[in-house]
Design a protein around this ligand. Structure first.
Ligand SMILES: *Cc1c(COP(=O)(O)O)cnc(C)c1O
Length: 494
């Protein structure tokens, strides 16, 4: 399987190379040149397997340069009972006939990023070995909260890697902060920055492109890389759970083989829902992919009008992981839908960079609309969805999932619907209590809120969140944004 860039006809690379490099040299994103096909017979076989078996099957179609043994050990290291608190890893829960929730938050950090970030570091280090690189890879992450912790857990004590996470010192919740500052591992480092998320991100980007630093790193056997969602190694693990959910519904007799179903996906950077589209192109029986946004509804407008326009207000919402105005993985979708037209993509992305907007052709828009439905939920809709799902089904959802649930309800077709659930409700206890109870909450201490949510709903508090209150903080450094480069050098002793 060869991987090509979305922006020009560069020489194709192997999957290991695509995972190691992240971004292609022309600034484009890697995608397989052709999409491997899965037959109904394959799906039937997969239904008999556990999550690891299904993962090995799907991955082996994409990572053709990895050996079966390598894939198997990556998968078993990522998805196991020491890391996930559900034997199914990503169980599909029934709310009523025809309506289901795919829970993607049973991993170590209680959020869906674990589904990819538990596996990606293993794919990564295997690629290093295959490439016979005698280097330590240094992962730099700027985080607004959830990604940092999931990356730290994923890379913790993975041989041949070090990871440094920068977070805005006053821009994350107490739980998010403690999740990071209590991180274990010999190869981990966490630093608060006096600044906002953009400051962190911009400084990390400039560190990446610092030629002096790069050569110093090389002399010392280091190389930078990133763990963000444009890396193919983060996308490919996400295809697995679409198949797995379908297989579980098949196994439990909720659907019959060949029956098409809808998926509603709470969308930010477009990685999750793109994985669903790839699953569909592989042959999974998907009817519509419902792209759900919060008040930052740039994708809803795009799917409805064909115009992507980031010249608009940015809102901070109760579903922060979806507060995004540039959905990077949309580039991959347009590339696939335009039959790999890299000149078109390169032109559109230049327009986005220079003018902040682009328009796709009517024929491409028509195609897009045949696969996707776009919708959004504002803040009141989101709270209302938390409340109504709780009342109707005695089931608690977080604000991100609530956005998807709200949009899913407004876009039902004749097909059965699976709503993707991306965070444990305890990650956003204040909004969840407000949604469930229908009244405002004044308490700010999140550990107090845990108890209230537990008393109100009976939902179990995940141990990895409650223990944070008393755990020792390991990382107390807070720096000025101008000092991040020095911090990196100190940590690496160069
Ligand atoms: C990252 C994230 C999303 C959005 O996923 P994308 O792949 O960026 O579209 C939704 N919900 C939660 C909780 C997330 O952490």
């Amino acid at each position: 399987m060869e991987y090509i860039s979305t922006r020009s006809s560069l020489k194709p690379v192997s999957s290991a190379k695509a995972i190691l490099t992240g971004l292609a040299d022309d600034g484009g994103l890697y995608l397989p040149k052709s999409i491997p096909q899965v037959t109904p017979e394959d799906i039937k076989k997969m239904a008999q397997m556990d999550y690891c078996g299904r993962a090995e099957f799907i991955l082996s179609l994409f990572l053709t340069d990895y050996s079966a043994d390598d894939i198997s050990s990556c998968v078993k290291g990522a998805y196991n009972s020491a890391k996930f608190d559900s034997p199914k890893m990503a169980p599909t829960v029934k709310l009523e006939n025809g309506l289901y929730v795919l829970e993607l938050w049973h991993g170590p950090t209680c959020a869906f990023k674990d589904m990819a970030l538990q596996l990606m570091p293993r794919l990564f280090t295997t690629a290093i070995k295959m490439d016979k690189l005698d280097k330590t890879v240094v992962i730099l992450v700027a985080t607004s909260g959830d990604t940092g912790k999931a990356a730290l857990e994923g890379f913790c004590d993975v041989d041949g890697t070090k990871i440094i996470v920068f977070y805005p010192a006053d821009g994350v919740s107490e739980v998010q902060k403690r999740q990071m500052t209590t991180q274990k591992g010999k190869n981990t480092y966490v630093v608060g920055v006096n600044g906002n998320f953009d400051d962190c991100q911009n400084a990390v980007k400039s560190i990446f492109s610092d030629a002096d630093l790069k050569s110093q790193l090389e002399q010392n056997g280091y190389e930078f890389s990133s763990a963000n969602s444009i890396n193919w190694g983060r996308l490919v693990p996400q295809i697995i759970y679409y198949f797995s959910s379908y297989c579980d519904l098949l196994e439990s007799g909720e659907i019959t083989l060949g029956e098409k179903i809808d998926f509603a996906v709470p969308t930010g950077n477009f990685g999750d829902i793109l994985a669903g589209y790839i699953a569909k192109r592989m042959g999974l029986f998907v009817n519509k992919l419902v792209c759900a946004s919060n008040k930052n509804n740039i994708l809803t407008d795009f799917i409805n009008t064909g115009v992507y326009d980031r010249n608009r207000d940015f809102y901070t919402t109760m579903s922060p992981s979806m507060d995004i105005l540039i959905s990077s993985n949309l580039e991959r979708l347009l590339f696939m839908m335009s039959d790999l037209d890299c000149d078109l993509i390169s032109k559109l992305m230049a327009e986005l960079k220079n003018e902040g907007r682009y328009r796709i052709s009517d024929s491409l828009l028509l195609k897009l609309k045949s696969e996707f439905t776009g919708g959004f939920a504002n803040e009141a809709d989101t709270l209302a969805a938390i409340g109504s799902i709780y009342k109707k089904y005695n089931y608690v959802i977080d604000p991100h999932t609530a956005v998807a649930a709200n949009v899913a309800m407004e876009n039902r077709t004749d097909c059965k619907m699976v709503v993707l659930s991306t965070a444990n409700p305890y990650k956003f206890p204040k909004s969840v209590i407000e949604g469930v109870s229908g009244s405002k909450v004044q308490i700010k201490n999140e550990f107090e809120l845990f108890d209230i949510l537990n008393k109100t709903t009976g939902l179990k508090i995940p141990a990895q969140l409650s223990e944070l209150e008393t755990m020792q903080e390991r990382f107390k450094t807070v720096c000025q944004k101008g000092h991040m480069r020095d911090i990196v050098k100190d940590f690496l002793n160069i």
